[in-house]
Design a protein around this ligand. Sequence first.
Ligand code: NAD
Ligand code: MG
Length: 384
Amino acid sequence: MRTLTILGSTGSIGTQTLDVVRSNPARYRVGYLTTNRRGQLLAEQIREFSPTGVVAFDPVVAQQLRAEFGSQLEVLEGEEGACTVASRPEVDIVVSALVGFAGVGPTIAAIQQGKRIALANKETLVAAGELITRLLKQHNAELIPVDSEHSAIYQCLVGESSAEIEQLILTASGGPFRELPADQFQHITPAQALRHPNWSMGPKITIDSATLMNKGLEVMEARWLFDVPPENIDVVVHPQSIIHSMVQFVDGSVKAQLGLPDMRLPIQYALGWPQRIPNEYQRMDLPLIGSLAFAQPDFQRFPCLGLAFDALRRGGTAPAILNAANEIAVAQFLDGQLRFTDIPRCIERALERAEIVDSPSLTDILTADARTRADVRRENASTK
Ligand code: NAD
Ligand code: MG
C-alpha cells in the first residue's frame, strides 16, 4: 500500500489520478490533497477519500474547509502548506499536478525528501530543469513523467542504454488550428482555442496546445528528463494522438509507444512503475483507427515552438523567462485582453528585454520569473 500526496487534486490530472486510486484501493491510499480555490470539489474528495490532510492555496477557502472538516483532519494553506504535505514522512509518491510555475516550490520540497515524484507539472522542468536535475541526484529522488509524450519515451527506453539514443521524436496533435490559414490566427477566440480535438485538459495547457507552446515546453522537459541536447529532439505532427512519442536509436531502429489518448494510462504507469497495473479501460482498435498521419510542424504559423527551441539553446534563465511571459500572456488571452497572435509577441519581447543569468540558482529563477511577470503586465497595460 503506497500513500500519495496529490498536488492539484481538483484539476484535470488530479481528478484522473483519483480515478486511478478509486480503481486500485488495495494499492494506493490518499494522504494529502491540495487545491487552489476549488473548495467544493475538494470537500467532495475529502468525503470520498478520507485524507490525513488537505491544503488550499487560497486562505479564504482554507478557512471554509477548516470550519467544515477541522475536527477530522489537518487543513493547511498557501505554498508553505503544499510544501509541507509534499514532504511528510509517510508519503511515498507525490503527484505534481499544479499548473504553472506554482509547481516549482512544492516539487522541490518533495525532491528534498527523496520521494518518488509523478511529474505532470512540466513548467517545473522548463523553468528550473538544470537545478532540478542536480537536486534529484543529490537527494536520490525519483522523477517519473506523467506527460504522455515523456511517459512514452520513458517506456521506449526500458532496457535500452541512453548512450544509444540518436533522436527523441515527440508527437504533437497540432491542436485545433492545425489547418487554419495564417491570416485567420488574429481572430481566434478563447472559446475556439479551448476546444482541443483529442484531449480534455485544464485551460492553460489547452491554450498552450493551440499555440504549440505546449510542444515547446515538452521539448525542454525531454531535454532534462532524458539528458538529450535540443538538436537531438524532433517534433512531428500526428493528428490522431495514437503514437505518444518515439525514440530513434543509433542503428536507425525506432521504438514507439501507442495507446488511446487517456491520461490515466501515463498516470498509472508513473504510480506503478516498474510494474504495470491491469485495468479495464477501453482498448485500441487499429482497424477502426484506420490510418496514422504525420507532418512537419509549421514554425511560421506557430512561432511559440521556435521561441521555445531558442530559449532552450540559450539556456540559463531564458526558459524561465519564456515560461513566465507565456503564463501571463495565456491568462490575458483567456481574459480577452490579448489576441492569440499577441502571445508569441509578448514572449519574444520578454526574452529580448531580459538579462539572462547562466547556471541560475533558485533565487535567480524566482527573480527572473517575478520580474518577467511584472514587465509583461506593465507593458501590456501601457499598450492598451
Ligand atoms: P488544471 O488547471 O486542470 O488543474 C490545476 C490544479 O492546480 C488544480 O487543482 C488547481 O486548483 C491547482 N492550482 C492552479 N493554480 C494554482 C496555484 N497558483 N497555486 C496552487 N494551486 C494551483 O491543470 P491540468 O490540466 O491538470 O494540468 C496540470 C499540469 O499537468 C500542468 O503543468 C500541465 O501542463 C500538465 N499536464 C496536463 C495534462 C492534462 O491532460 N491535463 C497532460 C500533460 C501534462
Ligand atoms: Mg503532453
